[in-house]
Write a protein that binds this ligand. Structure first.
Ligand code: ZN
Length: 245
């Protein structure tokens, strides 16, 4: 199976469209959460994810839309964008977000936005130390796909080991999945990268070949920024897109 992964889309239609074009022919689309929030096109992004029957889990921004997380969780700028998004979102897209689970398990991988140890708390995995409780929850599953930090990276741990390591994947490149090793893979953010590379991030997981390719894709950032300004979204959110912060 060829799976495309688009995470943390955040209402960025241009970023999502460019990422899907770069992914090309895939069998199944995967979204590790945060379809909405920050960006100017929350409905169009939800509709693409729905039309493509993506395997999707609830992100923290999606959770606010459906009343499962308080706005107090967020900084004031993110909260302002969420209030704007709440005004825009259609009933159909809201019902779709309401149905999303926090965790999805299947025979090939487990999908969660933040971490397996406390998915409803939306804690961040930013170090190999933070990754260990999630590895401990994986059982016989050797691949956990996450989002949330907006950084393309992965963690790995020997199945019978305790220590975990982290590898940064900001420039893109290939992860070769080995036998006897567990992986937590973050494809980076499609709609608001924060690893100092403003290009949209996505990944192609080939389950037969045992490889995950991280792709970095140019998109018309200035068009997304124009839409954000026209919508009255906070200026710091507009500017961060061009720096990848
Ligand atoms: Zn996010």
């Amino acid at each position: 199976m060829r799976y495309g992964i688009v995470s943390d889309i955040h209402g960025n239609l241009e970023g999502l469209t460019a990422a899907l074009t770069a992914l090309g022919e895939i069998d199944v689309l995967i979204c590790p959460g945060d379809i909405v929030g920050y960006g100017p096109d929350p409905n169009a992004c939800c509709e693409i994810i729905r039309e493509r029957n993506a395997i999707c889990v609830l992100g923290n921004h999606d959770a606010v839309m459906v009343g499962e997380l308080s706005l107090n969780w967020f900084n004031p700028v993110a909260a302002e964008a969420l209030l704007w998004t709440r005004e825009q979102i259609t009933d159909e897209n809201l019902s779709f977000l309401k149905e999303l689970p926090l965790v999805h398990w299947n025979e090939s991988f487990v999908l969660v936005h933040s971490s397996l140890s406390a998915p409803e708390e939306f804690d961040y995995i930013t170090t190999a130390w933070d990754a260990r409780p999630t590895f401990a929850e994986m059982g016989s599953c050797n691949l956990c796909i996450i989002g949330h930090t907006h950084i393309a990276e992965y963690y790995y741990q020997k199945v019978d080991g305790v220590w975990a390591s982290r590898i940064n994947m900001t420039p893109g490149g290939r992860i070769v999945l080995k036998e006897g090793v567990r992986y937590i893979v973050n494809s980076g953010s499609t709609g608001q990268p924060r690893d100092f590379d403003p290009r949209a991030s996505a990944a192609l997981y080939d389950s037969e070949a045992g490889t995950i390719d991280i792709l970095r894709v140019e998109y018309p950032i200035s068009l997304t920024q124009q839409k954000m300004r026209a919508a009255g979204l906070p200026e710091p959110l507009v500017q961060r897109l061009q720096y990848g912060t």
